[in-house]
Design a protein. Sequence first.
Length: 489
Amino acid sequence: MRCGSPFYASGDADFGYDVTDHCAVDPRMGDLATFDALLAEARARGLRVLVDYVPNHTSIEHPWFADSRTSRQAARRDWYVWADPRRDGGPPNNWRSVFGGSAWTRDPPTGQYYLHSFLGEQPDLNWRNPEVEAAMLDVLRFWMDRGVDGFRIDAAEHLLADPELRDNPTSETGDPQAKRLGEYDTQRHLHDRGHPDVHALYRRIRRRLDRHPSGPRVALAEIVPEPGVGLAHWASFYGRALDEIHLPLNLTLPSLPWDAAAFQDTVDAVERAVPAGGWPTIVLGSHDERRVASRYGPDQARCLLVVLLTLRGTPVLFNGDELALTDSPVPAGEARDPWGRRQAEFNRDRGRAPMPWTSGDHAGFTAGAQPWLPLPEHPQALSVGVQAEDPESTLTLTRRLLALRRDLPVLRRGGYVSVRGPADVLAYERRDDTHRVRVLANFAQDARRVALDGAGWELAVSSSGEAALDADAPALGAHAAAVLVRHTS
Ligand code: GLC
């Protein structure tokens, strides 16, 4: 499964995540007929299409907000979260925007502040207003009627905050399982997101998805685990009766250091946190992260592709990671990303380079136009066209792993068993009634030999040509991973 980005009409302050019309296509990308054609072409190739759903906020230019801000009596005043200044004129409370600074902006026409969990150009909708809920559920219906197969719910946890607008407590906890967000991490996000009422809302959303006349649809949701809080809150979004989000995205892996124990502990913790009957997701890259190959290195990226495609759950592959694409070399001070312009260390342009397709101009991404971000270095050599012909390429490795998943039901549906390997080696098994699959990933800078229990193991795939199975003990090169299979019946 790949994760996309919004293509709706937008004010373009946050690359489509500030929507001006949830039911229209950005004219620079086409129109609804273009979308219908895309859907039909995808169907013809056996692909399903999920679209981004951005429910937490709109663009400041959305007609709803344009009306809301005109006066306190405006018809849509209560469609957004407005509050009076504190006595000293400052913002109503201490909540921070994910992108830095206060989560409140004072609006001169009425003197009140409006809430924005992200940019000031992205005012938060007030989902406590039943009219907002009805309008936004209509958006889901609109896209389901058009035939989409599901949604990636953006900023899913932010939809409902504390109605009393209480201050967040400060936080000093660190947690390797959570993404670091800078200034935003100085608070515990107790009141500004994830209010308990959000669960009833997701049950209502789920019913809409389940009961659409042309069949049920799937929901993935972006829920970022909070430092120091563990994974129980994240896992609560499956719903007590598995009646909320089908697939809360597991965003724990991209923040980890290159350390086998950190990966093993985190994968095990996620497996423990997913409720019985719930289905995990595996995410290593996204449009919000640096490229895997730049974060850890190109061999490491190949090693992690093996992990991505063999862990239990639905793998989510960010386009380009199947090529071990590296970051876009965006010159310092030239960030396009609004977050990167405020805080250079968070510049998301880096992971958003255009996809290199061929060895032509701009690596075949566009003809006669300048790509919106610089391509990574050596884009032609990394391109799909070149890698498809190379038996040792990362694309070929990805295809081999996907073929193995198709061939072996144990990789798709088998259980997960954590195996403590030697130091620096991530080790686990997938098991069903007929197969055991052992995955070994060597995080060390030198080769490792790993003893296996019993005979009969076969080497199915390895991330480097160096891996060899010798006397039932595979030797793994530096930063290499191997998949071993054994029939058990
Ligand atoms: C999510 C998106 C991110 C966007 C933000 C605000 O985190 O993944 O790209 O900037 O929401 O909509």
